[in-house]
Every structure is written in C-alpha cells, then in structure tokens.
Design a protein around this ligand. Sequence first.
Ligand code: ACO
Length: 323
Amino acid sequence: MIRSAVTGIGRALPERVMVNKEFEELVATSDEWIVQRTGIKQRHIAGDGETTASLGEEAARNALKSAGRTPADIDMIILATSTPDNTFPATAVNIQNRLGMTHGAAFDVQAVCTGFIYALTTADLYIRGGMARRILVIGAETFSRLLDWEDRTTCVLFGDGAGAVVLEAAEGVGLTSDTGILAAKLRSDGAHCDKLYVDGGPSTTGTVGHLRMQGREVFKHAVGMITDVIEDSFSMAGITSDQIDWFVPHQANRRIIDASARKLGISEDKVVVTVDQHGNTSAASVPLALSVAAGDGRIKKGDLVLLEAMGGGFTWGAVLLRW
Ligand code: ACO
C-alpha cells in the first residue's frame, strides 16, 4: 500500500510584529483583554511587497530545503488560502511560477481555517491514488488585508504567515511501514455560513469585503466539532488519545485549544501552542505550529501527531500521522 509522509517542513512570517498594546490606539481594547480571552500576545502583519504568494513561496522553499528536494522534484502544488493574491488565477500557480516550475499542476483549496487539513488530505489521496509522488502542500494567508480595523471583536484575533510541507509517497524514502498519514476526516456544514464570513466577493458585491464573525457562536460550536472529528479519525486508525505524542491544533484561541485537549484527555505538555506569537493565521496556522515544533526538536521521527482545524463554513477536520 502506498502511504504519504511529510519529508520536509518550512515556514515564513512577515517581518512586522504587532503587539497587543498597539491595538489600544486603534480600538477600545487592552492587552489584558486580548490575552485573557484569546491567549494572543502578538501577530505578524504583512507589509508592502509581502503577499500570500511571497509568504507561500518562502515557506515552500524552506520546506523543499528541509526535504532535500528542489522544485524539479515536485509534481503538484496545493495551496490552502482564503486570501488569494487575485480572484484568479489561483495563487498556487503564482507560487509555481515563482519557484520556476513549468511542469506539474497547481491549484488552491479554500476551506478557511481548515484549509491546510483539506489540502493535506487531498494531497494524501493524490499520492495514495498513484497520481502524484511529491506534493508541496502550503497554507498561506494575509488575513490582515480582510480585517475591519475598526472592529475590535475581530481585528485583534488574526495574523499573517505561511507554512508548507513536502508530502511524498512513503515507499522508497527510507520510511517505516507505518510512517505517514494514518487517517484523515473532513467535515463541513454550510448551515453555519453566516457565523464567520467575508461580506464581499466577485459575484455579489464586486468588492473584496471584510471579515465578519459571531465570535460567541463560533466558540460555542468549536470544541464539540473539533473533538468529534478527532474521535472519528482515532477510530479510523485504531488509535486512542493516550497514544498521541503531539497535538497540533488550529491556533485560533487558547481557550478553544485547552478545552479541546481537556475533552480528549490529552495532557497540556503534548499540546503545541503558537497562538500567543502568531495569532490566528487561518490556513497557515497548523503548518506554522507544526514547523515550530518540528524545528525546535519536540516532534521527532516516529512520533504520532494529531492535526485539527475548524473555521468558516463551518468546515472542520483532523489528520493523524506518524512523523
Ligand atoms: N477588547 C475589549 N472588549 C471586547 C473586544 C476587544 N477586542 N472584543 C469584544 N469585546 C467586548 C464585547 O463588545 C462585549 O462587550 P459587551 O459585553 O459590552 O457587549 C464583551 O467584550 C464580551 O464579548 P463576547 O463576544 O461575549 O466575548 P467572548 O468572551 O466570547 O470573547 C472572542 C470573544 C475572543 C471572539 C471569543 O468569542 C472567541 O474566541 N470566539 C471564537 C472565535 C474564533 O476564534 N474565531 C476565529 C476564527 S474561527 C476559528 O478559527 C475556530
């Protein structure tokens, strides 16, 4: 059986760091409120010349380097983003061009904060189906450009960045038989589409629009949806939560992360948290957090890693993999 495995990982963050205190000059808020309700202390904000494609390209180059691969080795790029550089073409083809690739195929996947989980699952299926051998899976976002900077209920929550992995057919790259993606489960329910959305788009207003959110409603559904989909992926793989070495959740809010881990019985020391440093970077959040924990040596070869995300739509999903 062909299985897909992560062979390289990388990230990119804009240079500019915006700390909570700076919001006190823009809206009626405080560092204390933001930290207490969300756990966020700072986020990176894209500056002039920094775009979803430029961040995605940098993360992709770092992932390729860590995999010991070059763009010539890659036969597909899947980019998860809700903040494309243009309505079309897909930002993935922009990244393809920036990497100097004229072969293969590139496309975007749009599932908001769950985008990377959707993209990784799609890539896994292409590899397991034998239609691709090495895929760059990228989550890249510039949510700062969708924010209403006068709305204190949303503008303090998000940041910009990108994370990327190289996913390869596991046979022949020196991996053990149970290395790679063991289970994946995707969900969505459009009945919740008005709880977190952007109030513009090409076919409605003809504008880009701003992010709108019923925060309390999102919070209310988040933990139940996340833990349900994780339980499903555990059953698919025949795994129990005590076997997990690392839980790498979507980094939206510290309270959602803690409540989900508690409900699943995963201890705090196994949870990777970067929301304090990055804020919510939507589709970039899971690969960014994964890249930090793999980079600092916490996640090691053979570890069982659980990824999850939930976001606009609502969409939600989980991936279980052996590193
Ligand atoms: N600073 C100060 N006060 C604020 C701020 C702010 N930045 N934002 C809201 N408030 C006020 C509200 O106006 C309200 O005031 P009122 O009582 O006078 O009306 C009060 O704080 C409480 O507001 P709530 O919305 O009830 O606050 P809550 O405790 O629910 O926290 C939050 C808000 C942080 C958005 C929370 O609901 C949440 O985390 N929701 C999940 C949303 C999320 O993470 N979304 C990300 C995208 S989806 C995802 O990735 C999972």
